[in-house]
Design a protein around this ligand. Structure first.
Ligand code: 13P
Ligand code: SF4
Length: 310
């Protein structure tokens, strides 16, 4: 269809017209981050969605994030610029297989990473994100057996940090799996002053070389506060836009993928574009909808997370 010449101005106008708020994840393309009302990691975005007074939430992120916003706001319209913006981690945990896994581990509490479908959330006791997973598991009584799904890398990291024995679902993220230990070591040798920082979704072989491990928001804060001038960044490179904005004179090197065919950008996050964001607002579509019984069941573990992470 026809696109206005000044997309930024057109989106601003639609924002007023709809009384909309644009929430964007750090992995979105820079233009989307620049037009967003709020940028954050998945926990900050869930909190922003829980707190907003807007009538329409335009979610510039992936499906499970927009779905979480809808679970928290059944009466608001939640728009996602591209409905195909999924997540390999969420896809790695299909509903029926997970129901069988849960049945095979009776008496276990289910802690699920927010990167999962509403169906999986509905089968969970507590949701967590990469920024509060350790804190949440630490609050669970020591003799309580726990299933942790769907990310095995974050799960292993939580096991290491808490000393707890978690039953892990074997899911992983396509982006964080592509980082190469060898290339990070080579980069560290070439840049001896640089600090390596990594998201806990990375493989253990990569995390072992990190000077700091944290969620996207924690990585951003670390880069601002550290006296270092150079960082090797092992997470989706969209975050570097904010790192560079808050510290223009520091140098950020995106960690390279395993082979040159692979890309370290999240193929799902990057389906959203400024053009699709504009069209979604103009057409009030694609909209996120959910059956009420699933929404109610998925809300409970999200609320527990919000209570446990204040
Ligand atoms: P954050 O919790 O750091 O926002 O991570 C979300 C995500 O999708 C990482 O791949
Ligand atoms: Fe999912 Fe990985 Fe993309 Fe995050 S970076 S949305 S975990 S596929």
């Amino acid at each position: 269809g026809d696109l206005p010449l000044d997309l930024f101005a057109a989106i601003e106008a639609l924002k007023q017209e709809l009384n909309a708020v644009i929430l964007a994840h750090y992995y979105q393309e820079p233009d989307i981050q620049d037009i967003a009302d709020f940028i954050g990691d998945s926990l900050q975005l869930a909190k922003a969605a829980a707190d907003t007074n807007a009538d329409v939430i335009v979610f510039a992120g992936v499906h499970f994030m927009a779905e979480t916003a809808k679970i928290l706001n059944p009466d608001k319209m939640v728009l996602l610029p591209d409905l195909n913006a999924g997540c390999s981690l969420a896809d790695s945990c299909p509903t029926e297989a997970f129901a069988a896994f849960k049945a095979a581990h009776p008496n276990h509490l289910v802690v699920s990473y927010i990167n999962c479908s509403a169906d999986i959330k509905a089968m969970s006791d507590i949701i967590c994100t990469s920024s509060n997973a350790v804190k949440i598991v630490q609050q669970i009584p020591i003799d309580q057996p726990i299933i942790f799904a769907p990310d095995r890398n974050l799960g292993r990291y939580v096991i290491e940090k808490t000393g707890r024995d978690l039953v892990l679902w074997e899911g992983s993220c396509v982006v964080h799996e592509t980082f190469s230990e060898k290339k990070i070591v080579q980069l560290k040798i070439a840049h001896p002053e640089a600090e390596a920082i990594a998201h806990p979704e990375c493989e253990t072989s990569v995390l072992r070389h990190a000077n700091f491990i944290g969620s996207t928001a924690a990585l951003l804060k670390y880069c601002e506060q550290s006296p270092s001038q150079e960082f090797i960044v092992a997470t989706e490179p969209g975050i570097i836009h904010q790192m560079q904005k808050q510290a223009p004179y520091k140098h950020f090197i995106p960690a390279p993928p395993l082979n040159n065919c692979a890309c370290n950008e999240c193929p799902f996050m990057r389906l959203n574009t400024l053009e699709k964001l504009y069209s979604a607002m103009k057409n009030r579509s694609p909209e996120i909808t959910l059956p009420e019984n699933i929404r109610m069941a998925a809300l409970r573990p999200i609320q527990r997370m919000l209570e446990m992470s204040v």
